[in-house]
Every structure is written in C-alpha cells, then in structure tokens.
Design a protein. Structure first.
Length: 189
C-alpha cells in the first residue's frame, strides 16, 4: 500500500495524481526485518516470495537461510524496514534518529509490533518532509487522515485471523488437558 501510494490517493479523495504518486515495484528491493521470531520469519518468507532481498537483525543468533546483519547495515541497505520485535521496556526508543537517518529517501517503515521501539515523531516528520517514503502502523485512536504524507494507519487487528484463533484454541485446550492429566505445560515460574 505504501509503495503504491495508497494513503496519498485516499487522502486525495481517490484521485490519482500521476505526477506525484509514482508507484514502486517490490522486486529486487531489500527488506530489513528487525526481530526474527515467528512474525519476522514469516515476513521474510513473504518478502522473498515477492522477489525481495531479505536481511534481518535479531537480539539472539538465528539459524536460517536469510542474512543476519547489524542494525546500522540494515538501515543503510534496506528499502523497507519491518519492525516485528517484541518491545521490552529496555528497548524503548531503540530505533532512533541516527538509525532512521541512514535510510534512503524512498524507504518505508512498517511496524507490525508496538511502536515504542521507534522514534515515531522523527519518522512522521521525515515522511511529512518527503525525506522518507512512508510509514505504516496500527492504532486504535489514530487515523490515516491525522497525518500528512504517505502514512498508513490500520486498526489493531493483525493478530485476529482464523489461523490465530484456531492456534490459540489448540494451546488453551492442550494446556487444560495437561493440567487435568497432572503434567502441566506452559507453566509460569
């Protein structure tokens, strides 16, 4: 949606402005994924399927066919940065102005996770000034029309899929059955 300039087209009352809304192809672009857990690794699969090059950064070592890079290189080389990392309190503001400034002017940032890890105000300012290609995130309170530029705001519903609901039901059922059998799983402490 960001590379196709959908937020700009929507804010322009669905009128296409061919002089200003030039689309990008994803093929041969580089995706940089921050956090390589279940969501990050799935994003990598989807990006590779679209013909993108994939780099990732993770706090711990991962065995994978994708290329692990340090954060500085990830931001220097990426056309799209995906934030998929769980935000722990110590990571607040971890993706700062210095890192974000390493992105090229057409690069976009997509946050599928808590945005506390990002310097959101700096990102929005850079998008507004056309120094960054776009930003997408989820919010209950904010809407796309609250922002200038190529900013997409989606409702907080990415987790709400049929697959996720089925998987949650399986986990709950297995946990209850394990407790009834006297061999509890998914214990805390």
């Amino acid at each position: 949606s960001l590379f196709r300039k959908m937020p700009l087209i929507i804010k322009n009352n669905w009128k296409m402005d061919y002089d200003h809304f030039i689309n990008e192809e994803l093929k041969n672009l580089t995706a940089g994924i921050i956090g390589f857990g279940k969501i990050g690794s799935r994003v990598a699969e989807l990006c590779r399927g679209l013909g993108m090059n994939v780099n990732f950064w993770n706090r711990s070592k991962k065995e994978t066919t994708y290329k692990a890079v340090d954060l500085k290189k990830l931001f220097e080389k990426s056309d799209v940065v995906f934030n998929t990392i769980a935000t722990f309190p110590e990571l607040k503001g971890f993706i700062n102005k210095d890192l974000i400034s390493k992105l090229n002017k057409k690069a976009i940032i997509v946050s599928t996770s808590d945005t506390n890890i990002l310097d959101v105000n700096f990102i929005l300012d850079q998008v507004r000034k056309d120094n960054l290609g776009g930003y997408a995130f989820e919010s209950i309170e904010k809407k796309m029309f609250d922002y200038n530029g190529n900013v997409a705001v989606f409702p907080e519903q990415a987790y709400y899929t049929l697959g996720t609901l089925k998987n949650t039901a399986k986990i709950v059922t297995k946990t209850i059955l394990s407790v009834l059998k006297g061999t509890p799983i998914n214990k805390v402490n």
